[in-house]
Design a protein around this ligand. Structure first.
Ligand code: HEC
Length: 165
């Protein structure tokens, strides 16, 4: 390569970098940057989806199958059955958070929900992101993003209760 070719290559490189930088600048001015400073998803106390409307049209049968598949590996579901990796979920709807006697909950769950009950809404918030609800919880389940799926699951959990006498 002689000096002139090198020169042309150098000019080409400088030009293309210049064009790219220019295009970036123009593009940035055309498309405003709307990325929020912090992603809403990871904000504590993020806007929880109101689960009530979803519960109204929940599919209990589908919820039951999903609970067996997704939760059954870590949670017992029948009255009197012991705890496995997680606490027994029989009767969970309405009971105080972290209240199964003898089960060793994480400090995270104790602290995040002290004094609260597992209502349909708290269950929905929990299932949408356990680690957001109780940072550091031992329940290693990626959140269930679909509110309709959470509602199906919660509708089924409601059936796990002692039949009234
Ligand atoms: C990989 C195992 C695992 C899976 C899968 C799992 N859990 Fe859990 N779950 C746990 C553990 C462990 C805890 C205790 C968490 C702690 O102490 O931080 C827990 C706690 C809970 C609690 C709190 C109970 C209480 O007594 O306060 C609820 C409710 C719950 N899980 C529901 C579910 C549901 C519903 C599913 C399925 C969608 C599910 N879990 C899937 C392991 C699991």
């Amino acid at each position: 390569m002689d000096g002139r070719v090198l020169n042309r290559v150098a000019v080409a490189v400088v030009l293309s970098v210049g064009v790219m930088a220019g295009a970036y600048g123009v593009a940035r001015s055309l498309v405003p940057d709307t990325t929020p400073a912090r992603l809403a998803m990871i904000l504590p106390g993020h806007d929880a989806v109101d689960i009530e409307p979803y519960l109204a049209r929940a599919d209990v049968g589908h919820g039951g199958r999903m609970v067996e598949q997704v939760c059954g590996g870590c949670h017992a579901l029948r009255a009197g059955a012991g705890d496995s990796a997680g606490p027994n979920l029989f009767g969970v709807v309405g009971r105080p958070v972290a209240s199964v006697p003898g089960y060793e909950y994480s400090e995270a769950l104790h602290q995040s929900a002290a004094g609260r009950n597992w209502t349909e809404q708290t269950l929905s918030d929990w299932l949408s992101g356990p680690d957001r609800f109780a940072p550091g919880t031992r329940m290693s389940l990626a959140g269930l993003a679909d509110p309709a799926l959470r509602a199906d699951i919660i509708a089924y959990l409601r059936t796990l209760r002692q039949a009234p006498d």
